[in-house]
Design a protein around this ligand. Structure first.
Ligand code: B12
Length: 422
């Protein structure tokens, strides 16, 4: 079959993320014997005419679209980001009768609501490498689609229970020569070694996207792949694994291999702030880690417990000091206004963030409520959301009687701290 893939994200907030997941699904599709064309709308100046030209010349049998962001997760003046994607779907419909299949992180959190909103035909929740080629095979035979894992049909719901590929080494990856050749060598290339997160933080949507079990690629294979990127001229990478340092032994192996191979790379990652491991942080620095995202979210032990975090402020402090000692930049995160938050706990968190050697602090007011999370259950019990709310339109948990005070307090604090952002 002929498959046109469209990476619909055009947001440049924080970073220009290249569409790693879509490329991986495209690679698996090619490996399945299909013909593939990929459009990354982020790289196009006139995406509408590019879509038109591609559809009219390529004549796709199926169109796959990735949906990364739903919104910017900012409570005050939230930006809803699906309307441009809706326009892409509409455009494809005007030009082609090919079925439109959705996938991606944002899609996976709200599989039915996004299908309805975007008026696409079907979608695959979670990783697409295994299921998308199976879907193509059924479509090409006009076979029944029931039973396909993680497949949603619009108006007909889930067709089969999801499965998670246990060994990521079994999946094809998007080779640098085939899918990445045209990208700017100065971008931070997303790079993945593991999927899944066992942490179960009360507000987090990751389990819905990637599952709770950590699944890995072999470190040797991962670094071989990294080396291919380096040989192609890339030198900056963003490890998109949910928590780079879990498990620590795996992370250490990755770092040792980078050092051993003499790869001169700079990289960033998401770092779990509990259980400081000085040796690992040292290895990370030696292997080229320049910055970590440190999602501690609060400096108050009681609130950390409410969020189901498995660390306390002392753990965060030790980690932060150790990172600073090794010259790794840190972006700290605060999420204020969640269940149990009071003025005192907010002040404690602000003072805590102030006391750490953080290079940037991102302060969120209110917590985005995602389906199937402990936070959604609390919000429902407290009548902040209703049972029929699909949560696609950004909904936030905020302790009502501190909302205005919090806004003023954060504004005042930030006025004197240029490295704090919202
Ligand atoms: C790493 C990461 C970042 C990094 C990006 C680094 C980089 N260079 O890419 C940083 C920290 C910078 C970041 C920033 C932001 N992020 Co972010 N990020 C992630 C994270 C943890 C992983 C994304 C990733 O690369 N995954 C790896 C790839 C391989 O997976 P994938 O793209 O999902 O693809 C797989 C499947 O989805 C599927 N698939 C993908 N496409 C397609 C297409 C088809 C047709 C099919 C069938 C299947 C399919 O198959 C793929 C392979 O298995 C996710 C959470 C998560 N666990 O997914 C959040 C996540 C995507 N981010 C999110 C958000 C909100 C943001 C920000 C807006 C936050 C902000 N205000 O700054 C910005 C936006 C950045 C931008 N410009 O777009 C949200 C999006 C949901 C929402 N509410 O919109 C997520 C889901 C986190 C969350 N809160 O739940 N992010």
């Amino acid at each position: 079959m002929r498959v046109l893939f469209i990476a619909a994200n055009t947001e440049k907030i924080n970073i220009v993320p290249m569409p790693l997941g879509l490329h991986d699904v495209a690679a698996a599709t090619e490996e399945g014997g299909h013909e593939v064309l990929v459009l990354d709308l982020m790289t196009l100046t006139d995406s509408q005419s590019c879509i038109r030209d591609s559809v009219l010349s390529f004549h796709p049998d199926v169109i796959g679209i990735s949906v990364r962001n739903i919104d910017d997760q900012v409570m005050h003046g939230a930006r809803f980001l699906l309307d441009d994607v809706k326009e892409v779907v509409r455009r494809c419909r005007q030009l082609s009768n090919a079925p439109i299949v959705l996938g991606g992180a944002g899609y996976s959190i709200f599989p039915e609501a996004v299908l309805d909103y975007l008026e696409a035909d079907m979608g695959i929740q979670g990783e697409g490498e295994a299921v998308f080629p199976q879907l193509l095979s059924r479509l090409s035979r006009q076979a029944d689609l029931s039973g396909l894992p993680g497949l949603y049909l619009r108006g007909r719901g889930l067709q089969g229970g999801r499965i998670y590929v246990r060994d990521l080494g079994d999946l094809p990856i998007s080779g640098v020569d085939r899918f990445w050749a045209a990208y700017d060598r100065n971008l931070w290339v997303p790079f993945q070694t593991r999927r899944g997160c066992p942490m179960n933080c009360s507000y987090c949507s990751t389990a819905t996207i990637e599952g709770r079990t950590i699944r890995k690629r072999s470190p040797e294979k991962a670094i071989e792949d990294l080396k291919n990127f380096v040989e192609a001229g890339f030198s900056q990478f963003y490890f998109v694994d949910n928590t780079f340092n879990l498990p620590a032994s795996y992370a250490a192996k990755i770092c040792r291999l980078i050092i051993h191979q003499g790869l001169h790379v700079s990289w960033r990652c998401i770092f779990y702030p509990g259980k400081v491991d000085e040796d690992l942080i040292g290895l990370m620095a030696d292997a080229g880690c320049r910055e970590v995202s440190l999602g501690f979210e609060s400096g108050c032990e009681r609130i950390l417990k409410n969020m189901n975090k498995r660390f306390n402020p002392d753990d965060v402090r030790r980690t932060s000091l150790c990172l600073a000692k090794r010259g790794i930049r840190q972006m700290g995160f605060l999420m204020l206004g969640g269940p149990g938050e009071t003025r005192a706990s907010v002040l404690e968190s602000l003072a805590f963030a102030d006391s750490l050697p953080l290079d940037t602090v991102k302060v969120s007011q209110g917590i985005r409520i995602y389906p199937d999370t402990a936070l959604a259950k609390i919000a429902l019990d407290e009548h902040i959301i209703s049972p029929d709310d699909n949560l696609l339109a950004p909904a936030f948990y905020m302790v009502r009687d501190i909302e205005e005070w919090l806004k003023e307090t954060v504004t005042l604090k930030m006025a004197e701290r240029p490295h704090w952002i919202t």
